[in-house]
Design a binder for this molecule. Structure first.
Ligand code: NAD
Length: 440
């Protein structure tokens, strides 16, 4: 099958390469010429396990190509997918400008029968609007009467960054919003080779399913963070509580890790987006208001914990491990680590940071005076405290003897409870996590 993918961000790139690996011929189109130029020479623009290898394999097989020019590749495409960004606007509602501009680009150039597939996360009603826009542009091009049949499918993406390639080939479900059997059959064919329940439903249900899924995961995170805050006040240990709760099959163990809250390019915008969407449809989604409030408060509390532990931050040297919004990715969008670094820096502290993958992306958004260390151990040299802000597993394997020797004061504030079972208090550290009952 010939597939065109609009947008070569994490989602467009991973799914584009995934469909190529399934045997399709995929053309990835992006308006960002520098991104396309890098991809074209085999340079992976996103850090994801196995993604670089997949890129090289598909380039060698001649099943993937990259271009900025949609008109070069749209001829013969049976499927045109939209995987462009849907960020939040300042008001909190979803900015659909990239989606509609992609729909316009398609409508101006498409002159044969095809299915337009929306992979991006979009509010209810957007898929229908995309199809209308494609038709409107076709009419403008004088192809009103003779317009070929264009149908639409909503194919929301559920991949988790850090394990995106694995999630593409082994998804827990494939949600297909469609209106007709022929389109549904084509989407089925496109996924041949992937074993997963396929749920077909209306466009509106597929659109809402994606928001509901992210909102519920975010709710779990805020819920366990509330429990952690009670644990801190009562002497309970949130890790034991989460284990006990999570073994209940009705609840499940995932997303019950207490910490500094959820970040990233999806949860914050999707939770706020759903909240707004509910509001504009006349419904006050009270639960989500609390989820958002708890998430914002959680980082404040961590920041206060650091301030209380160290006193005045002015002139203190603070080391930070972790810049990405979570381990396994180089994505720093809406990363709570970045927010906390900016707060600590604004209080007059000297900040030196390390992340295994996200340094390049973070450098673009952090103040110039923030220093970047070549290794985790280098980062702590001469530090008054270490903040652990991203759950990179390799932080657990660092020599804590070397860390202690390098620090002026062996203090660790662990915003992810990543090191909480390493008994660092017994190795001479003052160690504080989130919801561990008592400082240890
Ligand atoms: P992104 O913003 O990182 O990438 C989007 C890309 O689209 C950019 O490279 C941009 O230059 C390009 N683009 C914009 N307009 C274009 C146009 N008209 N033609 C061609 N390219 C265009 O986005 P992302 O993180 O890959 O996410 C894409 C969508 O998938 C979003 O709706 C997001 O909410 C959703 N989603 C993301 C994830 C994730 O883990 N990142 C997971 C599931 C769903």
């Amino acid at each position: 099958m010939n597939i065109v993918m609009l947008g070569a961000g994490p989602v467009g790139l991973v799914t584009g390469l995934g469909f190529a690996k399934l045997g399709h011929r995929v053309a990835c189109v992006d308006i960002d010429a520098s991104k396309i130029a890098r991809l074209d020479v085999g340079e992976c623009t996103v850090y994801e396990t196995d993604l670089s290898e997949l890129l090289h394999e598909m380039q060698e097989a001649g099943r993937i190509m990259f271009t900025t020019d949609l008109s070069l590749v749209i001829g013969g495409a049976e499927v045109v997918m939209i995987a462009v960004g849907t960020p939040s606007r300042a008001e909190g509602d979803v900015d659909l400008s990239q989606i509609f501009s992609a729909a316009d680009d398609i409508g101006r150039r498409l002159d044969h029968e095809a299915v337009v597939v929306v992979k991006s996360t979009v509010p209810i009603g957007t898929n229908r609007r995309v199809l209308e826009r494609v038709h409107e542009r076709m009419v403008e091009q004088g192809r009103g009467e003779t317009a070929p049949l264009i149908t639409i499918a909503s194919l929301p993406e559920f991949l988790s960054q850090g394990r995106a390639v694995q999630d593409f080939f082994h998804p827990e479900r494939i949600v297909i919003g469609v209106e007709d059997e022929v389109t549904r059959a084509l989407i089925d064919r496109m996924h041949e080779g992937i074993q997963a329940p396929r749920l077909s439903m209306s466009l509106e249900s597929a659109e809402l399913a994606k928001y509901a899924s992210n909102a519920l995961l975010a709710t779990k995170v805020s819920f366990i963070n509330e429990i952690a805050n009670i644990a801190d006040r009562t002497g309970a240990d949130v890790r034991d509580v989460a284990k006990a709760v999570g073994l209940d099959r009705r609840i499940g163990p995932h997303f019950l890790e207490a910490g500094i809250g959820y970040g990233g390019s999806c949860f914050p915008k999707d939770v706020v987006g759903l909240h707004q969407l509910a509001g504009t449809s006349g419904y006050d989604f009270k639960l989500l208001s609390a989820v958002i409030e708890v998430n914002n408060r959680q980082r404040e509390q961590f920041f206060r914990r650091v301030e209380m532990g160290l006193g005045n931050l002015r002139g203190r040297r603070i080391a930070v491990w972790g810049l990405a919004f979570k381990g396994g990715t180089d994505d720093v969008r809406e990363s709570i680590a970045i927010d906390l670094i900016q707060r600590v820096f604004a209080r007059g502290a000297e900040v030196i940071v390390y992340d295994p993958q996200a340094m390049e992306n973070a450098r673009r958004i952090l103040p110039e005076a923030i220093r970047f260390a070549p290794t985790a151990v280098d980062a702590v040299s001469g530090a008054d405290a270490l903040l652990v802000l991203t759950d990179w597993p390799e932080f657990r394997d660092i020599s804590f003897d070397a860390v202690r020797q390098g620090m002026v004061e062996p203090r660790i504030f662990d915003g992810r409870n990543l090191l909480s079972d390493l008994h660092l208090d017994q190795q001479g550290f003052f160690y504080e996590g989130v919801g561990l009952g008592t400082p240890r």
